[in-house]
Ligand binder design. Structure first.
Ligand SMILES: Nc1ncnc2c1ncn2[C@@H]1O[C@H](COP(=O)(O)OP(=O)(O)O)[C@@H](O)[C@H]1O
Ligand SMILES: [Mg+2]
Length: 241
C-alpha cells in the first residue's frame, strides 16, 4: 500500500505583490519500506516539498493522501496530530533541547502523545540502545559529539514508531566519517522495515537510498531507482570511547 500518494500538488507563496511558485506540479507515490532521496539545486523546492510531506504545510492545489487520508485541506491542529503520530523528523541542526539529557529529549514526543511516564522511559531507553547510545542516556547535547547528537535525534524520530522518517540534510553538519555512521544507522532502520525520505544535495549520500527523486524548478526532473546502491557494511560506530 502507498503511504504517500500525491497528485498534482502546487505551492505558491505570496511575497508582497509577487507570487513565488515553489512547487509547480508534482505527483508521486511512496510505498511502505521505501528509502527515497530527494535531490535538487538550491531553490528548487525541496524544503517546500518536505514541509508538505511532513504535514508542516498544505499545498495550494492538488491532493495529498497520507495513509489513505486526504490531508491537503486539514486544519493546523489536525495536521499536528498526524505529524506527532506518524512522522519522525531528523534535521541538519539536530534540534535537541540543550538543557535536557538524551533520555528526556527522546521522551518528548511520547509526552506529547500522552504515553504514561514509566512506558515513556522504557521506550526512550530502548530507542537510545537501538542507536548505540546506552552509555550516553544522561548526557546533555553539549556533552555529546555531533554524530552522537544526531543519533539522539534519530532515536527521538523513531520512538513514536512513525509511518515515515523525514530527514532534511541529516549529514549536513557532520564530517564525512560521522556522516557515514549516520547513513549506516539509516540503513539499519530501513532494513528494520521503516520508510525513509531523505533530502540531500550530496550525490554519494543520495546513493545510500534505493530511489532518487530529482527536483528542478518545482517539478520532478527524474525519479529513478538507484542501480548501485551504496550499502554500508555493518555498524561502524563505537559507543564507549
Ligand atoms: N516561506 C516562503 N515564502 C516565500 N517564498 C518561499 C518560502 N519558502 C520558500 N520560498 C521560495 O520557494 C522556492 C523554493 O524554496 P525551497 O523549497 O526552500 O527550495 P530548496 O529547499 O530546494 O532550496 C524558492 O524560490 C524560495 O525562495
Ligand atoms: Mg531547502
Amino acid at each position: 500500500m502507498n503511504i504517500i500518494n500525491i497528485e498534482h500538488i502546487s505551492k505558491v507563496y505570496q511575497v508582497g505583490s509577487e507570487e513565488v511558485h515553489a512547487i509547480m506540479d508534482i505527483s508521486l507515490r511512496i510505498d511502505k519500506n521505501e528509502y527515497v532521496a530527494i535531490m535538487g539545486p538550491s531553490g528548487s523546492g525541496k524544503s517546500t516539498l518536505m514541509n508538505m510531506l511532513g504535514c508542516l504545510d498544505t499545498p495550494t492545489s492538488g491532493i495529498y493522501d497520507f495513509k489513505g487520508v486526504n490531508v491537503s485541506q486539514m486544519s493546523d491542529n489536525d495536521l499536528a496530530k498526524v505529524r506527532n503520530k506518524e512522522i519522525g523528523f531528523v534535521f541538519q541542526t539536530f534540534n535537541l533541547l540543550p538543557r535536557s539529557d538524551a533520555l528526556h529529549n527522546v521522551e518528548l514526543p511520547l509526552i506529547y502523545a500522552g504515553v504514561p511516564s514509566q512506558e515513556r522511559k522504557e521506550r526512550a531507553r530502548e530507542a537510545l540502545v537501538n542507536v548505540g547510545l546506552e552509555s550516553r542516556m544522561h548526557h546533555k547535547p553539549n556533552e555529546l559529539s555531533g554524530g552522537q547528537r544526531q543519533r539522539v535525534a534519530v532515536a527521538r524520530a523513531l520512538v513514536t514508531r512513525p509511518a515515515i522518517i523525514l530527514a532534511d540534510e541529516p549529514t549536513g553538519n557532520l564530517d564525512s566519517k560521522t556522516g557515514e555512521d549516520i547513513m549506516t544507522l539509516f540503513n539499519e532502520i530501513y532494513l528494520q522495515g521503516n520508510t525513509i525520505i531523505l533530502v540531500t544535495h550530496e550525490e554519494y549520500i543520495a546513493e545510500h537510498a534505493a530511489r532518487i527523486i530529482r527536483i528542478k524548478d518545482g517539478l520532478i526532473e527524474r525519479d529513478e531507482p538507484v542501480k548501485n546502491r551504496f550499502i554500508p557494511n555493518g555498524r561502524k560506530f563505537t559507543v564507549n570511547q
